[in-house]
Design a protein around this ligand. Structure first.
Ligand code: AMP
Length: 428
């Protein structure tokens, strides 16, 4: 079905065409008419599914046809778990609204930056506020904003909002909203906590369980590379240089590790920087902007950047440290291969993390061949066999391994492909 059949106005269709979206994604096809119709929506949607436009386009259309009253009132509230996601939603709204005849006032508010400019900007109210919960409550406490006229509420990445411990903030915010309103809830997963939130929030919602196909099935090549932990930085440097990636997003387990590896890469002459939650908001915004503008080639991050961040033309993601959960794995690798581009996701596996990676693979029905990169073959110990089979016990000596490497005998069976294409699994 084309966009023109969804009931959107000409200025919004023009904005969609300007973004070169050819056809709506499944979530857009289902959600746009439903939101325009005024009902509540409960949607299971990942980042990459096109969910932002699924709520942003009909929301803009509804607001464009009615007028804002004077005062500190706000007409639509979008809550997002992180500052980066809030900023990104704000950017999308501005983009989709660019051809509307009557401009709509959209404000993005989040913590970590001075509250005063946000208070000033809120003078006279706003059509749409995109907010992280904590800063919104601060603004309410300062009497800078009133939620009494909110007619549409959007909770984006509701599971993440709860995971990050915003339950108390959400409860306070929801109590300030008028009972008569439209509520839209988007979440990648539906654990009991999100089900409970939805049950309390939504009235006869249209439940959308679109198979978790993103905007276009991502073309992500996943690879599992065996390497000793202490040689990962050198291997990363080698791969960045050899593959000539314009940009690579690298995930590490700790903030300290992101700083440490960034420093080493910089010393080796690469444009690398760390991106994590302890940086000031200014430094985070700058790092992301520099990365998007390709002034930084390697961005080393914690799971802060695993969700929601949309960096177009990101050719590679590296799991320097593996993610804790199989769901986090999806979010991380989903940073590449977006909006029809292809990407590669590399996993560094060591003897100590091999079993954990097998569990992630099992969860997603993957069976990636193990690769070794010449000059970086692991020598610490033999990798243990996966939990579901294989022969345990025999460990090759360092000498055995070197002999094998010299003889060119790879660990991988001769007939197995070097890489495996990703088919997006269903997250339920
Ligand atoms: P989202 O899931 O909202 O984070 O969107 C993921 C990416 O898909 C963004 O880069 C959007 O610009 C892009 N996108 C959204 N809708 C479409 C569409 N109908 N066709 C192609 N790309 C889209």
């Amino acid at each position: 079905m084309p966009f023109s059949h969804l009931g959107l106005s000409a200025p919004l269709l023009r904005a969609v065409a300007a973004r070169k979206y050819l056809t709506p994604t499944p979530i857009q096809t289902a959600a746009i008419p439903a939101v325009l119709g005024g009902g509540d929506v409960w949607a299971c949607a990942q980042t990459g599914s096109g969910k932002t436009a699924a709520f942003a386009l009909p929301l803009l259309q509804k607001l464009a046809t009615t007028r804002r009253e004077r005062g500190r009132l706000v007409r639509a509230l979008i809550l997002a778990p992180t500052r980066e996601l809030a900023a990104q939603i704000g950017e999308s709204l501005r983009n989709y609204a660019q051809f509307l005849t009557e401009p709509l006032k959209t404000l993005v508010v989040y913590g970590g930056v001075s509250i005063n400019p946000q208070m000033m900007a809120l003078g006279g109210g706003a059509d749409i506020i995109v907010a992280t919960p904590g800063r919104l409550l601060d603004l309410i406490d300062h009497n800078a904003v009133s939620l009494s006229a909110v007619s549409v509420l959007v909770l984006d990445e509701a599971d993440r909002l709860l995971e990050l411990g915003f339950t108390a903030e959400l409860t306070r915010i929801l109590a300030l909203l008028p009972a008569r309103r439209q509520s839209l809830l988007f979440s990648a997963t539906f654990p009991p906590s999100v089900e409970a939130l939805a049950a309390g929030l939504l009235r006869n919602p249209l439940r959308l369980e679109i198979p978790a196909e993103p905007a276009t099935t991502p073309d992500i090549l996943q690879r599992a590379i065996e390497v000793d932990p202490l040689r990962r930085t050198q291997l990363l440097r080698h791969l960045v240089q050899e593959n000539k990636w314009s940009r690579v997003l690298v995930f590490l387990a700790t903030k300290y590790a992101t700083e440490h590896v960034a420093e080493k890469l910089r010393k080796a002459g690469l444009a690398a920087t760390a991106f994590h939650g302890e940086l000031s908001q200014g430094a985070r915004t700058q790092a992301l902007a520099d990365f998007k503008a390709a002034k930084i080639q390697v961005l080393l991050t914690t799971d802060l950047a695993a969700r929601g961040i949309d960096i177009i033309e990101l050719p590679a993601v590296v799991n320097f440290d593996l993610p804790r959960s199989a769901v986090d794995y999806l979010h991380r690798i989903g940073r590449t291969g977006r909006a029809g581009e292809s990407g590669v996701a590399l996993n560094f596996i060591s003897a100590g993390t091999h079993a954990h990676f097998c569990l992630i693979e099992k969860r997603h029905g993957l069976d990636l061949p193990r690769e070794q990169i010449e000059g970086f073959e692991p020598i610490e110990t033999e990798l243990p066999s996966p939990p579901t089979g294989g022969i345990k016990g025999r460990r090759k000596s360092k000498k055995d391994k070197l002999r094998e490497a010299a003889a060119g005998r790879a660990e991988r069976p001769a007939d197995s492909p070097a890489t495996k294409k990703f088919s997006w699994p269903r997250l339920r």
